[in-house]
Design a protein around this ligand. Structure first.
Ligand code: GCB
Length: 606
């Protein structure tokens, strides 16, 4: 018996092997969870990955094993074995490593994860896939010593087929997870949030028939509130397959036939749709049936469009009463990852009077958007093209595009998502414009039914706040962040500020706010007090109300959140204090200022 479960690379693998086509709606498929306890080895020098000439073992033809494997594949007791997963400590998956072990709090680098499992298939002809909700940031995945591939990007899912590799017993999954920051990455080196490392979302094995429903897009046709349209994609369809799409409540039961690419495209007229909205978040049971399987989803139908300054939901003008949220459970001081975490955040958002949330600054886990669908909360979803990414670098663009592809693929059937956002506070330049335009085109090619935005910036000249970023021409919603009274600008004069916004489009303030340490009280002139923050909000809201075309706000931010950039002792201690709620879950005074404002706005837009 082998004593150790180690990494063994049997094949030469090309440098970049991307994950395979994403399988969607994993919640309603036949799956086995691999969440739980995993062993880990901290490997700051990446000894298990690079040889002493700093060449990756899994890319060397003459020596295609890892260092770990070299010393392992023998019963020879004299062999030099310098690591042992099974005697190593454990981490819980899903979960970041920073909050689970004190010595890993600030760790940025490589950690190897390993878990063993048995697997029983329900049918010999079935296929199996391993699915990761997200790993931050880069993952090299090996099953039973065979490299499955690499994935880059910390907030989107990916999967690999393992049919020919998985065995009934003693499978061992080894993953190299690396959260080192680097310039070309998306996001780049500099962010104002915690770089939580690890296998941060669910891991599961998906079992599918040989020909299976890989993905589908079922929404209202653009500009056609009575037509449900879209497509269904089969994986490995070798002949024209029959698919039945049914929505029993709408008396829809439509037979479709796939084309030579395994895709069935459809348009179905339905006159009696109850449209999804925050007041009535109606979701329909939708069934997709093939000869081999039935897959269920719950899907809402709504239209979203703009007309001049208006955002129209189901044809009616709305105001986005929002709040920004990071994917963090502040009370745990850890990455959020499950439905309970999502419920905490979205319940607070509702209490604040929100009909909308901005999920900052990257795609959040799928529980969040599924719950937003159910609770009737509209969503802005974005990718971490944040501040200064490497706009001239082709790999960075491909990476951003890939993250966008994975996010849209995963979430395109969620009625709650009304906006895809391309970027946050990126400095205008020609390469930046080229980069963002490419992302916009890509998004439109995947999903033309939603609105496109980006969080831009304003600048100040001759008594005016000006918003004129050229990329605004390509957006449906002109959104920008502004921090009057915090990073500059007088609060006293805020309500009388003059605005020059160069676009006749809906305007959304995607961020505003300021910090306060919950429980610290004083006058409105004392920074970090709840009173200062409250006054900042009062004055900003008076100002925002007067901004031309204003159709929404998402204050920064629901909760205090961890950020290594925030080092002021006693006040910050590693937390960005702009939350309306503290990291102990206590509401600050400004929470109620926003709540009152949203109450008022709600009545105006009824
Ligand atoms: C911003 C960023 C956000 C920061 C925030 C702040 O403009 O978009 O990520 O955390 O300001 O607190 O300064």
């Amino acid at each position: 018996m082998f004593k150790y479960f180690l990494l063994k690379i049997l094949f030469f693998i090309p440098l970049i092997s991307l994950s395979q086509d994403l399988i969607t709606n994993t919640f309603n498929r036949d799956t086995k969870s691999l969440n739980g306890t995993w062993h880990y080895i901290v490997d700051p020098y990446e000894t298990g990955y690079y040889n002493y000439r700093y060449k990756p073992y899994d890319q060397l033809k003459e020596n295609n094993n890892s260092a770990f494997y070299n010393n392992y594949h023998t019963d020879n007791k004299m062999a030099l074995v310098e690591y042992d997963f099974d005697k190593s400590p454990t981490l819980t998956v899903p979960g970041d490593w920073n909050s689970q072990a004190e010595k890993l709090f600030y760790y940025e680098g490589t950690i190897w994860y390993k878990r063993s499992f048995d697997y029983t298939t329900t049918s010999k002809s079935n296929r199996q896939f391993i699915y990761f909700g997200a790993i931050n940031y880069k993952a090299e995945v090996y099953l039973n010593g065979i490299k499955l591939g690499t994935h880059e990007g910390g907030f989107t899912p990916f999967n690999f087929e393992i049919t020919s590799i998985v065995k009934p017993t003693d499978n061992y999954l080894v993953i190299k997870v690396d959260n080192k920051r680097f310039k070309e990455a998306i996001p780049t080196i500099n962010t104002d949030w915690w770089n939580y490392g690890g296998i941060t979302r669910d891991v599961k094995i998906i079992e599918e028939p040989a020909t299976f429903i890989q993905d589908y897009f079922i929404q209202l046709k653009k500009d056609s509130p009575k037509i449900i349209s879209g497509s269904i994609q089969l994986n490995n369809s070798t002949k024209k397959e029959k698919i039945t799409l049914s929505i029993p409540e709408l008396k829809i039961n439509q037979e479709l036939i796939t084309n030579e690419n395994g895709i069935a495209v459809f348009e179905i007229v339905s006159k009696k749709i109850n449209y999804w909205s925050p007041n009535s978040p109606k979701l329909y049971d939708v069934y997709i049936k093939t000869e081999y399987q039935t897959l269920k989803d719950e899907i809402g139908f709504r239209t979203i469009e703009t007309n001049g300054p208006d955002i129209l939901l189901n044809g009616k003008s709305i105001f986005l009463r929002g709040i920004c949220i990071h994917e963090e459970n502040a009370m745990r001081g850890a990455r959020a990852y499950n439905d309970a975490d999502a419920l905490v955040a979205l319940t607070w958002a509702k209490e604040l009077g929100c009909n909308y949330v901005r999920l900052a600054h990257y795609p959040h886990n799928e529980y969040m958007v599924k719950l937003a669908d159910k609770m009737g909360i509209m969503v802005w979803e974005e990718i971490p093209v944040y501040w200064t990414v490497d706009f001239t670098n082709k790999n960075s663009l491909d990476n951003a595009k890939n993250q966008l592809t994975e996010a849209i693929t995963r979430d395109k059937n969620r009625a709650s998502i009304i906006i895809w956002s391309m970027a946050n506070e990126t400095p205008p330049s020609t390469p930046r414009n080229v980069f963002l335009k490419e992302l916009i085109l890509h998004t439109k090619s995947m999903d033309s039914s939603r609105l496109i935005s980006a969080a831009l910036e304003k600048h100040y000249k001759d008594g005016f706040n000006i918003v004129d970023d050229e990329i605004g021409n390509y957006l449906d919603i002109v959104a920008f962040n502004q921090y009057t009274g915090w990073y500059g600008g007088s609060l006293e004069n805020a309500p009388d500020m003059k605005w020059d916004i160069k676009f006749n489009k809906p305007v959304v303030i995607s961020e505003f706010g300021g910090g306060a340490l919950q429980g610290l009280h004083g006058t409105i002139d004392e920074r970090w007090t709840e009173e200062y923050q409250e006054y900042l909000y009062q004055q900003n809201l008076k100002m925002i109300e007067k901004i031309p075309n204003i159709r929404g706000t998402s204050p920064w931010i629901l909760n205090d959140f961890r950020s290594p950039k925030r080092v002021l002792p006693v006040i910050q201690d590693g937390w960005n204090r702009k939350g309306l709620i503290s990291n102990h879950g206590i509401k600050k005074k400004a929470f109620f200022t926003v709540k009152d404002f949203y109450n008022k706005i709600e009545k105006q837009y009824r």
